[in-house]
Design a protein around this ligand. Structure first.
Ligand code: F6P
Length: 322
């Protein structure tokens, strides 16, 4: 049971390829057989493995997406399915699995670890930066770059036309993208899951800005957990407050594109650390960033969504958007 497998699970994020490359090359250099599993946990069930060599991961560090593909695999909630997954790993002599993904994927991996004695090391990979126990997740920085670049362009046309825009960014249960992008683009307001600002306040803010001569206003909305949030705010702002807005939904463009240096670098470091940690005999660990430093944390500390939103960020936004 001396081989290692690596997979990506959940939503993809720029930088995942750098993590895969790092795992494969570090693993091989440490003398392990390394297998890539296609389509996340689904590939564990359908036995979709490929033995990797050094050139399997050549020329991918700069590419978005994941060469191993990914999926959200509901079937993996079933213990019987996890049994099949463990068998498919063990029959190849794979004793350790590296999972690149979000906290939902970590929960699946944790079950495999507890039930079948497969050694698990996780690497946080999601554009949302919403995993407890780590200050950073791979993909966040690139997603911010993509969103900020788009919103700067929206600002140009908004100003030319004296318009207010609603811009919907990603973040199912986290406003980390929304608040960071809002501060970075000089947005006037932000609406996201952790925040309880009423639409009354949003409308009043925008109107105050217009009265003092602002030529454009931008409201950032985190998409939240149901589709069409941007549309419903647009409708309410018009019908309840007489405020006309244009809506732009950035959507999945935030998940693609060439990874930023920060994402490539973080992923390379985490991939290396993951293999080195397997070599030391570790299991049930996550490569994380804490106090700005790369280190390993217990998996149990990284299974939930982060809930350490700093309210000062909202104060900063409000103060600067006066
Ligand atoms: O978890 C990352 C993420 O991009 C969220 O921001 C978003 O809500 C979700 O994935 C979208 O998932 P899907 O691509 O499966 O629709």
């Amino acid at each position: 049971n001396n081989a290692i497998a690596v997979l990506c699970s959940g939503g993809d994020g720029p930088g995942m390829n750098s993590a895969i490359r790092s795992v494969v090359r570090t693993g091989i250099s440490e003398g392990y057989d390394v297998y890539g599993v296609y389509k996340g946990f689904a590939g564990l069930l359908t036995d979709d493995f490929e033995k990797m060599d050094l050139s399997s991961v050549g020329n991918i560090i700069q590419r978005g997406g994941t060469v191993l593909y990914t999926s959200r695999c509901a079937e993996f909630h079933d213990p019987e399915a996890r049994k099949v997954a463990a068998e498919n790993l063990k029959k190849r002599g794979i004793g350790s699995l590296i999972v690149i993904g979000g906290n939902g994927s970590f929960q699946g991996a944790n079950c495999l670890f507890k039930e079948h004695d497969i050694k698990i090391i996780c690497i946080p990979g999601t554009i949302d930066n919403d995993i407890s126990g780590t200050e950073y997740t791979i993909g966040f920085d690139t997603a911010l770059h993509t969103a900020v670049e788009a919103i700067d362009k929206i600002r140009d046309t908004a100003t030319s036309h004296d318009r207010t825009f609603l811009v919907e960014v990603m973040g199912r249960s986290s406003g980390m993208i929304a608040i960071t992008v809002a501060i970075s683009t000089g947005a006037e307001c932000v609406i996201f899951p952790e925040q309880v600002e009423s639409l009354d306040d949003v409308a009043a803010n925008i109107k105050r800005g217009i009265e003092r001569g602002k030529k454009s206003s931008i409201i950032i909305v985190a998409e939240g957990d149901h589709e069409g949030l941007g549309y419903s705010y647009q409708k309410d702002l018009k019908s309840k407050y007489g405020l006309a807005t244009k809506l732009c939904i950035l959507g999945h463009i935030q998940r693609g594109g060439n990874p930023s240096p920060r994402d490539r670098f973080s992923a390379a470091r985490m991939g290396y650390m993951a293999v080195e940690s397997i070599k030391r005999g570790d299991s049930g660990k996550v490569t994380v960033v804490r106090d700005g430093k790369f280190c390993l944390a217990p998996l149990e500390e990284c299974l939930e969504k982060k809930n350490d939103f700093d309210p000062e960020l909202l104060e900063i936004l409000r103060t600067l958007a006066l």
